[in-house]
Design a binder for this molecule. Structure first.
Ligand code: NOJ
Length: 758
């Protein structure tokens, strides 16, 4: 930015702070270097900093603005008033704040720092922009059901465009934790159970948020979280211990983090959990060896909210000072919310417990990301009142939200082609999610407003449905007096029941682990009673995780997974319900038969006593009441077309350095156009490490008009057949591989085998 631009901006903002910044030593030093060059000025700033100021650059706290609403989505904790926080920032005790609100707050804080602080190091403003800022997109796991990473990139870009206009430089997203246990409530924040899908979505979301240049006024720095293996928490209980072999960690859990960092994410967040006895926040193996030495990550690592302090309760650190030392020496550059770094780092350095060079290295990293975000160049880069309004909930953003929501919906079952519904049928819309501005956006929304989202009945009516009655029938977790009788009466008076049931926002998300992943009992009673009328039932599930469907819900003629879809919930569901748009989503996680199967995932091992494909046999790997399979597997999702897979073309061999083309012909013999997700799975039949029964290797969406057919071809090379050998190094072994080109992880589709020849 040139000086003339600075003065124009200063004039526009009328802010003396800009002028103060222009005259500051930091600005003067940066003016000596061109764009990307960091070291000289940053070193010079560093050289002038006191130990306390250095520690301050490594302390990020929840914004106190508006009485500290920022802590609303986290455990309550007390901090200074807003004025106190501003004073801390001016005194250099704070690197920035998170989950604050808007340009007004950011301007006041940045202004104070630019006017009053000694070195005028800009503050950084962070926030949990997880699935949208003010325009809310489907929860991340729902978006992953689109199997469309490009869509995720576009929603992330849009979220960045909105959030950056509201003063936000840094989002705590993407969450890339693999979730294989649906009891865990934070499944909703990630991309499901599969490492390949996880990697693709991680990379796409980083690219979307960060854009082409981090310095752009619509770029927001991404944060890969929660590093690492937070989703592998024992028994699906949030924050619980993780006990995991290095093999599983490296093969299943780590790849999405790596993909996110490889895509350029300049920050990461340490997870709350321990791994094999060592909290991630105090884990040098993870933070140094894996992240820095092996992956060459150049950015910053922040603890999770009081994650460093929590090592005391976990029995790993003696007290706050010890916790700060352990976290910092492990490689956590920045402390979130506990204030432990601000309190102890300077003393720890003075006492020789923390090397000065280590402190300098972390401060350098923080200054470097602030520089890359353009903040040294213009601390008010993302603080602009006009843009904040102009970029909020634009028509393009709302349209994108609707598109993303449509693509996230998964049709699980459609007996007798009940769907799409005819607009002229009399509809009894029943259930706690039938109407009302609640539970639309979903968990982890800081800035969006359910009151601005479209509820189901509004969407259905707007689509042109001729006759719709609305009956709640039940609360989410409690019965409604007279609810069932009213619902039965409504069903009897209708041609078809649309039953909107499932989980509330409060039932999934952080700290919302469930022991049973079923529909709550009062809603089940409602479903049974409504089914008793004999009317055809379409179940619309609201959920943030995979569910175990039972009784009348499992047996309903049609079942659609509608997750938490965000701003355009009602419109998007209606679009699919009435067939304006065909369903195209696929499950990014398995729906088991029963809760007790969890953790359940499609890529499990065969065992020495695999369950037979046909009738049950004794002494096999299966539960007494459920097979070792999913009711609705990963990858499953129906369309309004009729799709068949035929004519596999699997050459018999793959040469060691060659490539193999695997093809199948996909036809739509139905009367409606559809989009089919064609999936490629392999199985390595015999290897020095047992391999999963199936592994997803690629997928492709094909649009098929009625009567159309297309040959879909995938190419594989040896590299895609790699696994970690007994020495944990990548290896490939010659031998036989099964290959399926199929519509789900459990479907046969077309099946062939090839030999990898050395
Ligand atoms: C705790 C959550 O684990 C994390 O995902 C979030 O970013 C922080 N709180 C900040 O709100």
């Amino acid at each position: 930015m040139t000086d003339s631009m600075i003065s124009r901006r200063a004039a526009l903002l009328g802010a003396g702070a800009i002028v103060a910044w222009s005259a500051s030593p930091a600005r003067a030093l940066l003016a000596q270097v061109d764009g990307a060059a960091l070291p000289a000025p940053i070193e010079a700033i560093l050289a002038r900093m006191t130990l306390e100021e250095k520690a301050g650059q490594l302390q990020l706290n929840a914004a106190a603005w508006s009485g500290g609403t920022a802590t609303g989505l986290n455990p309550p904790s007390s901090g200074p008033s807003f004025d106190g926080q501003v004073a801390d920032a001016v005194a250099g005790k704070l690197t920035g704040v998170f989950n604050g609100n808007g340009v007004e707050m950011a301007r006041r804080m940045q202004d104070a720092v630019m006017r009053g602080s000694r070195l005028k190091i800009p503050l950084i403003f962070a926030a949990d922009v997880i699935h949208g800022h003010r325009t809310i997109f489907p929860v991340p796991v729902a978006e992953a059901a689109s199997f469309d990473p490009d869509l995720a990139m576009r929603t992330a870009r849009m979220a960045a465009y909105e959030a950056a206009a509201a003063g936000i430089d840094w989002t705590f997203f993407p969450m890339v934790d693999i979730a294989r246990d649906q009891r865990w409530g934070r499944t909703m924040e990630g991309a499901g159970e599969d490492p390949l899908l996880g990697q693709m979505f991680a990379a796409a979301r980083v690219r979307g948020f960060q854009g082409r240049s981090l310095a752009a006024d619509d770029a927001v720095m991404a944060c890969i979280k929660h590093f690492a293996a937070y989703g592998a928490t024992e028994s699906g209980l949030d924050y619980n211990a993780v006990d995991l072999s290095e093999r599983t960690l490296r093969e299943i859990y780590l790849p999405p983090y790596k993909a996110g960092f490889d895509a350029g994410a300049m920050s990461g967040m340490a997870s709350f959990n321990e791994i094999n006895g060592v909290p991630a926040t105090g884990n040098p193996w993870l933070m140094q060896q894996v992240l820095r030495d092996e992956w060459k990550f150049p950015g910053i690592i922040v603890s999770d909210y009081t994650g460093d302090e929590e090592m005391i309760a976990a029995g790993f650190a003696k007290d706050g000072k010890d916790a700060a030392r352990l976290a910092f020496l492990a490689g956590v550059d920045m402390s979130m919310q506990s204030n432990l770094y601000a309190l102890h780092l300077a003393d720890l350095v003075r006492e020789g417990a923390v090397p000065q060079a280590t402190l300098d290295r972390s401060v350098r990293r923080v200054l470097a990301v602030k520089h890359r975000l353009g903040l040294f160049d213009d601390p008010f880069r993302r603080i602009d009142k006009t843009r904040e309004t102009a970029r909020s909930r634009t028509r393009a953003a709302i349209a994108l939200s609707r598109e993303a929501a449509q693509k996230a919906i998964v049709l699980l079952r459609n007996e007798g082609d009940l769907l799409p519904l005819d607009l002229n049928r009399r509809i009894a819309l029943i259930g706690p999610f039938a109407s009302g501005q609640h539970d639309l956006n979903g968990p982890w929304v800081v800035y969006g407003d359910n009151n601005q989202a479209v509820d189901l009945v509004t969407g259905i009516k707007a689509a042109g449905a001729r006759a719709v009655s609305v009956t709640a029938g039940s609360g989410v977790e409690e019965a409604l007096p007279g609810g069932i009788a009213a619902a039965v009466a409504a069903a009897q008076a209708a041609d078809v029941v649309v039953l909107a049931i499932g989980e509330s926002e409060g039932m999934s998300g952080e700290a919302q682990s469930r022991t049973s992943i079923t529909i709550p009992a009062p809603q089940m009673a409602l479903a049974e009673a409504v089914a008793g009328t004999g009317k055809p039932v379409v179940v619309l599930l609201k959920n943030g995780r995979g569910l175990a469907l039972e009784g009348a819900v499992r047996d309903a003629a049609a079942i659609m997974v509608t997750w938490f879809l965000g701003s355009e919930t009602g419109h998007a569901i209606a679009d699919v319900l009435f067939g304006k748009v065909g369903p195209s989503g696929r499950l990014p996680l398995s729906f088991p038969y029963e809760s007790g199967q969890e953790p359940y995932y499609y890529a499990h091992k065969a065992t020495g006593r695999p369950a037979p494909a046909g009738p049950r046999e004794p002494y096999k790997t299966q539960w007494r009441t459920a097979p070792n399979a999913a009711l609705y597997p990963f990858g499953h999702g129906l369309t309004y077309g009729k799709v068949t897979y035929a004519a596999p073309d699997v050459p018999p061999t793959l040469a060691w350095d060659g490539r193999i083309r695997l093809a199948a012909t996909i036809s739509n013999t139905g009367t409606r156009a559809c989009e089919e997700l064609v999936q490629l799975y392999i199985r390595d039949r015999v290897a020095s490490i047992t391999r999963p029964v199936r592994e997803l290797k690629a997928f492709r969406k094909v649009a098929l008009a009625p009567g159309a057919r297309e040959t879909v071809t995938f190419t594989l090379t040896r590299a895609q057949l790699e696994f970690l050998g007994q020495d944990l190094r990548p290896t490939v072994e010659p031998g036989t591989f099964d290959v399926w080109i199929a519509p789900s992880a459990q479907a046969e589709g077309v099946h062939g085998t090839f030999e990898l020849l050395r």
